[in-house]
Design a protein around this ligand. Structure first.
Ligand SMILES: CC(C)(COP(=O)(O)OP(=O)(O)OC[C@H]1O[C@@H](n2cnc3c(N)ncnc32)[C@H](O)[C@@H]1OP(=O)(O)O)[C@@H](O)C(=O)NCCC(=O)NCCS
Length: 199
């Protein structure tokens, strides 16, 4: 896995946004993957990506076809997310295709605005190639620029790949949510995991 300066590949694509967010081009398995912040104009492709991931994996919240969002709803949701400094969605793009995302939802109030809840998903054909690791590295960099202190997430206890990733990058299990989900006629437990960022 090799991190390359984005400007070497596509100077026009670099957007030095208010908080210093730049596109990040990485070489993964011999192909270029761009990791960048979502834009409202990504709404349709992003919705398609989420629908595909929901259908491919049993580990997301939505079951296949359950996600209610229309493209307009999706555009509105992206706008709402980007309207606050403590939340964002990072997307991974290969060629012209979106292949994965990491959404970070920030607390709304003074007392929890330094806490961010994370959801991540990658198309099955692009898992286990380092994309998840890069998305988490990028969100940590983004979070540190905003003095965010706590990254939160939940994960099904049998999701071995996700657990391995979260442990590898420093998330700790804080508790077990017994029977928090109901999937295929069975109750499923989740772990609460978190990583505290220090400065
Ligand atoms: C979980 C997910 C986000 C991880 O992203 P990824 O790009 O596949 O992960 P990476 O390739 O960066 O690998 C990260 C670590 O996960 C572990 N891992 C990756 N693939 C694995 C596999 N097939 N089996 C076991 N562990 C695996 C390894 O520890 C790896 O670290 P290493 O490469 O240094 O050994 C992704 O697989 C995914 O979207 N899965 C389906 C949806 C999902 O589970 N989302 C999370 C819900 S909480």
């Amino acid at each position: 896995m090799l991190a390359c300066p984005a400007s070497f590949f596509n100077p026009e694509s670099i957007r030095d946004r208010q908080a210093g967010m730049t596109d990040n081009v990485v070489l993964l398995m011999n192909s270029l993957v761009i990791i960048r912040e979502i834009k409202e104009s990504d709404a349709e492709e992003f919705l398609n990506l989420c629908n595909r991931i929901d259908a491919e994996t049993p580990y997301m919240m939505f079951e296949s076809g359950e996600r209610p969002t229309t493209i307009e709803d999706q555009r509105g949701e992206i706008k709402d997310i980007l309207s606050r400094d403590n939340q964002t969605i990072l997307i991974a793009e290969k060629g012209n295709q979106l292949i994965g995302y990491l959404a970070a939802y920030g607390g709304r109030y003074k007392r929890n605005r330094q806490t961010v809840y994370i959801v991540a998903g990658i198309l099955q054909g692009f898992t286990s190639q380092g994309v998840g690791t890069r998305l988490f590295e990028q969100i940590e960099e983004w979070a540190k620029k905003r003095k965010i202190h706590r990254l939160d997430l939940t994960v099904m206890v049998h999701n071995e790949t996700a657990l391995a990733l979260y442990r590898k990058i420093g998330f700790a299990i804080e508790g077990r949510k017994k029977h928090s989900l109901f999937i295929n006629d069975s109750y499923v437990d989740e772990y609460w995991m978190a990583k505290l960022l220090t400065y």
